[in-house]
Write a protein that binds this ligand. Structure first.
Ligand code: PLP
Length: 414
């Protein structure tokens, strides 16, 4: 039997199992959600008034969020308690609010909305499909820049923004990036916050969705973008986002936006035109739950890591075992976040995803990690191992490896 025939036989064996596996989207597992079940009983008819005297049933409470909640969640974005705005259930919807306002009215120092300036945003690739979709649907042109292991490619960014005032900012994930898992380095963060941009209101929209989502016990400390920006006098440039979607319940918690206090003033005015205030009941039950959790937010994230780490380890184990020395694929080994990014050596990513689908494994659509859903090199595959069980991750990765070998052999034979 030739090597190719043996691969085909292995592939047919997977198909014969009629599997239904899914590594498409980065969702927490039920075991992760279970950690936060007490939140459902945290607020009841006896404790609806906060320590500072806010009755969560009534309007007063402020646009910025409960002080008790701001004190807890500022830690997640690594900012001070007076540098955070708490929103409703989704960071993505907060980003949509901020980007929309920027288009219509501008950011703090714009003086006018960006909409008539042919606005462009730099995005990092491979990156997050929902960032691309949101920004494009709002009317931004996207300028893709490579995400490197040290963060966005600063050489490319410096060259792009120096003479083009229509590039209004950058939209990216600074910590454990989706999908590569890369974190911006201190040097890269320093260059980014001080970049010499033609646009006077160049803004860094940093979606820090995975800021506390470490897989290891002694995580590397990510650079503090806002602090670095403050030290160089560029504090107006940085707006951080995050949420509790992968801390407590997905799309059922609190959105976060972190920024310097002058920006807080600007944006709270903008937000006040749209709402009397965010959902205080949600914030208060998060406060009561996290106060009671052993070692608070840090303790909770450590429990999440215990569930997630074996899955990420399994991805590495199977890929190393099956593809280790073959030179047909390379992949990242993140220390946190929700994804692993794999690049095939040949332009066969779409074929791999197609083969996997036929074998009962749904993977993220190829191209999703690039604007317009098109990966120009057809090489990138996003792996999302968080939701399936460790056993399912093992089988899924064996299928991925088999499909890569098969598609590589097909490419060689053609
Ligand atoms: C980078 C990134 N930002 C935002 C989100 C969604 O966040 P939210 O649930 O707060 O809207 C995700 C979800 O996968 C993500 O990966």
């Amino acid at each position: 039997m030739t090597n190719y025939d043996a691969l085909l036989q292995q592939y047919q064996e997977f198909k014969a199992r009629h599997l239904s596996l899914n590594m498409e989207r980065g969702q927490p597992a039920d075991a992760n959600f279970d950690l936060s079940l007490p939140i459902l009983n945290a607020v009841n008819e006896t404790n609806y008034t906060t320590d500072s005297g806010v009755d969560i049933r009534n309007y007063p409470g402020g646009i910025l969020g409960l002080v008790e909640a701001r004190e807890i969640f500022c830690e997640q974005l690594n900012v001070e308690a007076d540098e955070i705005i708490l929103g409703n259930n989704s960071s993505l919807s907060m980003m949509a609010q901020f980007l929309t306002w920027a288009l219509l009215r501008g950011v703090k120092n714009s003086g006018h909305g960006w909409v008539n300036d042919n606005p462009k945003l730099i995005v990092t690739v491979p990156g997050y499909d929902r960032h691309f979709l949101l920004a494009q649907e709002l009317g931004f042109d996207l300028v893709p820049v490579q995400m490197t292991e040290n963060g966005p490619d600063m050489n490319a960014i410096e060259a792009l923004v120096a003479n083009d005032a229509s590039i209004k900012g950058i939209y990216f994930v600074p910590t454990y990036s989706n999908p590569t898992g890369d974190t911006i380095s201190q040097a890269c963060a320093e260059r980014l916050v001080s970049v010499n941009a033609a646009a006077p209101d160049f803004t860094i929209f940093a979606d820090d969705a995975y800021s506390v989502h470490h897989l290891e016990n002694d995580p590397a400390i990510a650079p503090n973008l806002l602090q670095i920006a403050k030290s160089s006098g560029n504090q107006d440039r940085v707006i951080l986002f995050g949420s509790t979607s992968k801390v407590t319940f997905a799309s059922a918690g609190i959105g976060l936006a972190g920024m310097a206090t002058d920006n807080i003033k600007y944006w709270s005015k903008a937000l006040s035109t749209q709402s009397i205030g965010p959902n205080k009941a949600e914030q208060w039950r998060h406060v009561l739950f996290l106060r009671n959790y052993p070692n608070g937010l840090t303790g909770l994230m450590q429990e999440h890591a215990k569930i997630l780490k074996p899955k990420f380890d399994k991805v590495q184990e199977v890929l190393n075992r099956e593809l280790g020395n073959l030179n047909i694929a390379s992949w990242t080994n993140p220390r946190g976040g929700y994804f692993v990014s794999l690049d095939t050596t040949a332009p066969i990513a779409s074929r791999v995803v197609e083969l996997a689908k036929e074998a009962g494994l749904a993977l993220t659509q190829t191209g999703a990690t690039f604007p317009n859903g098109v990966d120009p090199a057809n090489r990138n595959i996003r792996l999302a191992p968080t939701r399936p069980s460790v056993e399912e991750v093992e089988t899924a990765m064996e299928i991925v490896a088999c499909c890569i070998k098969l598609a590589s052999a097909e490419a060689n034979n053609s």
